[in-house]
Structure formats: C-alpha cells, structure tokens
Ligand binder design. Structure first.
Ligand SMILES: N[C@H](CCC[C@H](N)C(=O)O)C(=O)O
Length: 271
C-alpha cells in the first residue's frame, strides 16, 4: 500500500489515498501505520477521498480514534494533494469532520499553507463538556488535589487551554493524560499548556487526545490564540511557538493559521 509521510512542525502524518485502502478497517490501519516500532511511525494517519461535493480529509489519531480536524495535518494534506496533482491552482476547499476548510498555498522558503480554520465554538454542548454552559472560560478544576484554571472550546476539535507562568515547570506527561480524560469531557480533550511571552507571542506545548505529547498542534495553537485574545492577553495576530517550530495565527471572526509542511518520505507499506 503506497504511502507518503509529511510533518507540520514535527507533528507527523502518514497520508494515503482511499483507493489504496478500500475495505480495510481504517482505525486498525491507523494504529498499525502510526506505531513507532511495528509500523512507519506518526502522530496520525490522513486518508484522501473524493465525493460528489469535492475533496474529503479523513483523520485518525495514532491510537486509531478519529478526530474531526487536524491543523498541521491539513497543511500536510494540501502538500500531498499538490504533489499528486489532486487539485489545480493554489487554493482549495476541503471537507472535514469540523466542516469545510479553505486552504491557500502561500509564499515562503518552505511549502507554506494558510488555512481558514473556521470559527471557535464556546457553547458547552458543542465542545463538548458535561455541563450546561454558554462558555467554559477560566474555570477551576481539581486534578490530583491541584486546582487548575482551564478554558475549553471547539476549535476544529475539542481543546482545553491552560495558561502557566513557566512551561518548563509543568509536568505535561503527568497532567496531560489526566486532563485529557477528566470527567468533564465526555469524549476527552486535547490539552494545551501556554506561556504568554508578549501580547504577540505565546509558547504552547500540547498533550493530544489519542496521540500523547506532540511537537506541535495546529488546532491547539488556534485554541490558545483565541482564548488568549478573549482574555485580553494576546492580540489578534499571534506567533505561536511550539517545540517543533512556529506558526502564525490571526483571530478574526474566522481563525487563520499559517505554517509549513515538509515531505519526509514515500514508499510501500507492506503489512
Ligand atoms: N495534531 C492536530 C490535532 C489533532 C487532534 C486530535 N488529537 C484529536 O483527538 O482531536 C492539529 O495539528 O490540529
């Protein structure tokens, strides 16, 4: 089965065409190809599909669970499609589980993509959270006896944003999974630990639902920028620095994310 591997700021993906995997259980395949030892290794698997309305991006976490959207992934998906002549021009709409996203290839030393990530949704039932709430911003939860202020929203997928004074002092591997599976979140959540450096720069480390610690999370970067802006800590245009590099977020009514994609490899998956 032919595959291509890409990364977006170190968040890496195996990308396949549905034509090559018809009939297979894609959740099981996602687990298999993403395994760092028994497979190719990646944070997620993306499957290209075309229906009567156009292009579809199907996303699977490394644990085989699906997620509605993937910000770094949609940039890599755009790169894959361009490399395989699957659309013409520099801009295209892509159907995702979080609605239609418009991507535009932009100028840069690397392959750069600007994505309209749509609008953040704050309403509790859409995040989702197990509370009736118009929004869930700067609320206190208790994890292992520690009180933590969280803000949760739907930004392409379920995200929780936590502002800290010093990212280096946060045990993300310990806190991340506990918040990911906290009882407030019926389907879990991605967890973004954020340190504001200035009104135009925030550093973010993300523990991803279904993938664990990643070097970058595009929807998470958007979530951090949206909440930071809502709390008056970040301006509308923000540089988000993640362990794998940096991306640029513009918070308008829609949220725009600009960042790179790099093709790592292509080949035949034999299992
Ligand atoms: N890495 C992705 C997010 C994947 C979200 C997934 N982990 C979920 O279960 O929602 C990004 O760049 O936006």
């Amino acid at each position: 089965m032919r595959f291509e591997k890409y990364h977006g700021l170190g968040n890496d993906f195996i990308i396949l065409n549905i034509e090559d995997v018809r009939g297979r259980n894609l959740s099981e395949l996602g687990k298999k190809v993403c395994h760092r030892n028994f497979g190719i290794g990646a944070d997620g698997m993306i499957v290209f599909e075309r229906n009567d309305r156009g292009i579809v991006m199907n996303f699977y976490n490394a644990d085989g669970t699906t997620a509605p959207m993937c910000g770094n992934g949609i940039r890599c998906f755009t790169h894959y499609m361009k490399n395989n002549g699957l659309f013409s021009g520099d801009s295209v709409s892509i159907q995702t589980g979080a609605g239609e996203m418009r991507v535009t290839i932009t100028e840069g030393t690397e392959f750069m993509v600007r994505v309209n990530m749509g609008r953040p949704i704050f309403e509790g039932s859409a995040i989702p959270i197990r509370e009736e709430a118009q929004e869930y911003i700067e609320k206190e939860i208790e994890v292992d006896g520690e009180k933590i202020k969280v803000s949760s929203l739907f930004m392409g997928t379920t995200h929780t944003v936590i502002f800290v004074d010093d990212l280096k002092g946060v045990d993300v591997e310990k806190l991340g999974p506990k918040i990911e599976k906290y009882e407030l979140y019926p389907v879990g959540t991605n967890v973004n630990f954020c340190e504001v450096k200035s009104s135009q720069e925030v550093h973010v480390t993300t523990w991803e639902r279904g993938a664990g610690m990643t070097l970058a999370c595009g929807t998470g970067a958007c979530a951090a920028a949206v909440i930071g802006n809502k709390l008056g800590r970040l301006e509308k245009d923000t540089k988000v620095v993640v362990p794998g590099g940096e991306m640029y977020i513009e918070v308008e009514e829609d949220v725009f994310m600009t960042g790179p994609s790099v093709k790592i490899a292509e080949g035949e998956f034999l299992l």
